[in-house]
Ligand binder design. Structure first.
Ligand code: SF4
Length: 335
């Protein structure tokens, strides 16, 4: 991993106007003032419950959701795109450089197309190859990298297992030669034994092709083994962000602690110790005042109900948004 920043977002906001008429200007903020920096060549994990805004953030960075506030840039060598305003030919170029791997390998592939045509389609749509021979050569090259047999290229998706289908989806995402990949719950629909196979493939491809991943997942054990850095989202906001080892060794935000304690353990002594996450994530249309987590936080005090904490970075690369993180950390050390 290099120190170069490939994706930089500052106060990025994604809002949808859901008002019912001309005078109703209700805006739903699915992502609210999120700042992240994703280093080139890294595997950046994004976690949180359903409704936390992680998928919307990934889509905004692919220019598939509207950026309505803040800034986001993509920098690849000499090229820098402002993701809030990129359009026209620049947007077409950005689509070659940034791609999505879908969650569901069953729904993502057209049952009427052969594997060859599925993988070749982005090349043809983007005009990246001029002849059929050129297209076939590129399809064969990327299929081999994704561990697909060349004889599979003539078959239809229904002939394949879930893991093989996901490798076809990965080949399709990589055929245009992107640098940035958003993998949104890309192994969630697969059996556990197949998940490891697909994750190993993604890590290998990252190394071989110099890819940078935004890996969106609700599965913290997968994130712990795959990602270099993890950011935690709650109700559209970033609440904690740190290198993976640091985050898993000593989470600072009560929400992150609750997520971690819910990871199933094989140790019988650990069972029952889980700090349960009570209630559900509030509606983004009816957000609590102050800290958005206070309605579910076991450590909430009066200040939490009135004042929203800011994301604080104490200088060790471990940022957290909580009024009480220092005293909670000290209490945990002395306990
Ligand atoms: Fe809990 Fe208060 Fe920290 Fe929010 S600011 S996470 S409510 S202790």
């Amino acid at each position: 991993m290099s120190d170069e920043i490939l994706i930089s977002a500052k106060d990025l906001t994604v809002g949808y106007n859901i008002g019912k008429g001309f005078f109703d200007r209700t805006v739903l903020k699915a992502v609210n003032e999120v700042s992240v920096e994703i280093k080139r060549g890294s595997f950046f994990g994004l976690v949180g419950e359903s409704g936390s805004g992680k998928t919307t953030l990934g889509r905004a960075l692919l220019k598939a959701a509207p950026i309505t506030g803040g800034h986001a840039t993509f920098t690849d060598g000499e090229v820098t795109y402002d993701l809030a305003t990129v359009s026209g030919d620049e947007l077409k170029d950005y689509r070659k450089r940034a791609q999505l791997i879908f969650q569901d390998p069953y729904a993502a592939l057209s049952p009427r197309m052969t594997v060859r045509d599925i993988v070749a389609e982005p090349l043809e749509v983007m005009g990246l190859t001029k002849t059929r021979e050129e297209t076939d050569a590129r399809v064969r090259e990327i299929a081999a990298k994704c561990r697909l047999n060349l004889e599979h290229l003539r078959r239809f998706p229904h002939a394949f297992s879930g893991g093989q289908r996901q490798r076809i989806s990965i080949a399709r995402a990589l055929v245009s030669g992107p640098k940035f990949i958003v993998a949104d719950e890309s192994v969630a629909a697969l059996d556990v034994s197949i998940q490891a196979d697909v994750l190993n493939l993604l890590k290998q491809l990252q190394k071989d092709l110099g890819l940078t991943f935004l890996f969106i997942s609700h599965d913290l054990s997968v994130v712990a083994h795959t990602c270099d850095h993890v950011a935690v989202m709650y109700l559209g906001r970033l609440v904690e962000s740190a290198p993976t080892r640091q985050l898993f060794a000593a989470p600072r935000h009560p929400y992150t602690k609750a997520l971690f304690s819910a990871i199933p353990s094989l140790d019988p002594d650990d069972r029952g110790r889980a700090q349960k996450l009570v209630g559900e994530i509030p509606s983004p249309l009816n957000q609590p005042s102050g800290c958005k987590f206070h309605t579910r936080c076991p450590n909430a005090i009066d200040k939490c109900r009135t004042t929203e904490p800011t994301l604080e970075n104490p200088g060790d690369g471990h940022a957290v948004s909580c009024h009480r993180w220092r005293e909670l950390l000290e209490a945990a050390i002395t306990a």
